[in-house]
Design a protein around this ligand. Sequence first.
Ligand code: ATP
Ligand code: MG
Length: 664
Amino acid sequence: MEPRGIGLSGVDPGIIRELSGIYKPFIKAFKELISNAYDADAKRIAVNIRDDFSTIEVDDDGNGMTPYDFHEGFARLGGSTAWLRDGKSPGGRSRIGYKGIGFLATARYCQALKVESHAIRPFIGSRPIEGRGRKVIPLREIVGDLVPADLVKDKVAITRMVATSSTGESRRLSPKDFQIDNRGNLRITSARALKARAYTINYKIDCRHLLLEASLDFDYILGLEHRGDLRVLADFCTVRYRPAAQGARSHTRVTLCGLKDFVVRELSAPRTKGKARNIVFKSGKEQFLWRLARTSPIRDDLSEEFSGESLYRFRELQEAADLPMLVVKWRSEEPITLLRPLYLARGQAIPFEETVVPVEIDENGLRVSGYLLARSEIIYPAELRGISIRVRNVAIGDASFLGWEHILSGPRKAAMSQITGELLVLDGLDAADAINPGRESFYEENHHYRVLKRALMGSEESIGGLVNKTIKAVLDRSRVRSQVNDKIVEARRRRKVLVDISSAVNYYARVEDPSARGLLNFFDTPIRADGLASSRDVPTRPQHKLAGFELENRVGLKAEVEIDYQRRKVRVDFAQDTWNTTIYLNGHYYEVLLKQGRPDHPICEFDNEGRRIFVNWGHPVKLHMDDTGFLKSAILLRLAYHAAPRDADAMMNLALNMLSFRAE
Ligand SMILES: Nc1ncnc2c1ncn2[C@@H]1O[C@H](COP(=O)(O)OP(=O)(O)OP(=O)(O)O)[C@@H](O)[C@H]1O
Ligand SMILES: [Mg+2]
């Protein structure tokens, strides 16, 4: 059969051009084909990118379209059938599409779209027909001429016929009143039926024997200039019918033909050298697969071994959802099944579980379930930062902070790079006035969106809500972490200074020098501290609390420190070397104690009987030095003084030597 043109009615070419511009970039247009397959109850969707990028096919095992469905639904602007079943697919899925412009999505990216479809279910139609006393009503008048009469003449069944009399009374006719003859025409066989002024005929057409092949010429339609061109729009879509194989299942195959150069360039782009962590720097293929997985209604990549407890409900919701498999064959590579990527904090120090802020909203008809994560690390890839909102299992736009990312500044803005989240809208937010045509964002004035935004972000005047709570958690963590870290660094530095002192003393006690002898002798002099010994201790370890968290001494800790954000505890093993305050001085272990002495107390005192060293933390010189510099100077100056008490030059020499000593 020759291909035939069918009309696209009543639209200005300019409008079509505008509409096709909604879906940017390519992947956001392409995902519409996946959405359509989902809406058609597909269990398996296969994407096939040809080796030379000449075509991309989307094959689905969904309900398919009869030629009539195709004409009424697909090749027509605004002809969505979503409204017929309360937004549900025949299989009971909540449909994503409802506007009937999705087929235009890919119009800017390829020259033509080919559609092959086969439906097992019959087309069901209804038509008012004038009576005028006709005995024979041609089939064409009932089912139209979309499919040539000889292809369907024995496939049409009248399921119900109602006659309306000239007085306006309606009466259902019985099968005895009419019949379909062998040419497929409707014959009115009873006298009373013939009297009717008009009929309403419900019919169904079995199209199982037909395979639809259609071609939509985008180059042609986007090339039209004027309103007047509308006359030629009939040429935009051509259809032909082929006999379907016996027992063939329903399916649809949509093929993008003649991909535009810029799309091919994008898809075949290599990854950006050196930069790897964010998706934008990846190769065209990786970007395509990642973005496709993020925008398609498929299962999340919640690996089996991942046992986040708070994900339990999330997992359950997903298992309950009827989600198709999406298999992609990229050029000559093996086909892969896509899973939707999300951030699970794999390999991070702080477990996923500890950073969860659960989200459960049930307000004014809006039901949302999910979570936010307040992470301690910066999230990579950056594309996973922000909150992803799924309506009817499809992510609306990219993850974001609903516009607040442009309002916040400073540390709170910075904290946003540590937040990710997944929200599933279970009820609401899916009316025609909720989501914009490209499914990129929500309409601000939508009631449910306002409810959601308030729950997440608080009121217009001040940020509150769950996101604020999450930001606070991030900032709180980084504050605690840096304060704890400061303490550890301080202790480590102190330990290092004590070890340095020990090396210096042990070295100079052995050199051939009179002051060395003095040093050796000093350790055996029975000397005792007086003033500082009785002064108040200056603790070298944090006491009870650290960064506002309860401090716990935990022997045998693996790490240097453990922060338990959930119980607000910091665990430190004070038995570790970092916290050691003893030093080894030529055969003796001394305990170093910091004391809050008076300004006129000595800078440091030795107690050779108790083997203790007291350092005067209240000495005025300390104000001029940092803690470790002071600690080192105080101890070594005092030692030099004891080693050469009667020789100022020798004392000075020894002090300077020991202070500047560097162990090999
Ligand atoms: N893969 C498919 N299998 C079966 N029917 C399909 C398929 N793709 C499209 N259709 C039919 O074509 C119609 C038009 O699709 P289109 O994407 O243009 O609009 P929509 O999905 O109804 O709404 P929206 O514009 O919001 O996506 C659909 O309503 C559906 O009936
Ligand atoms: Mg659609």
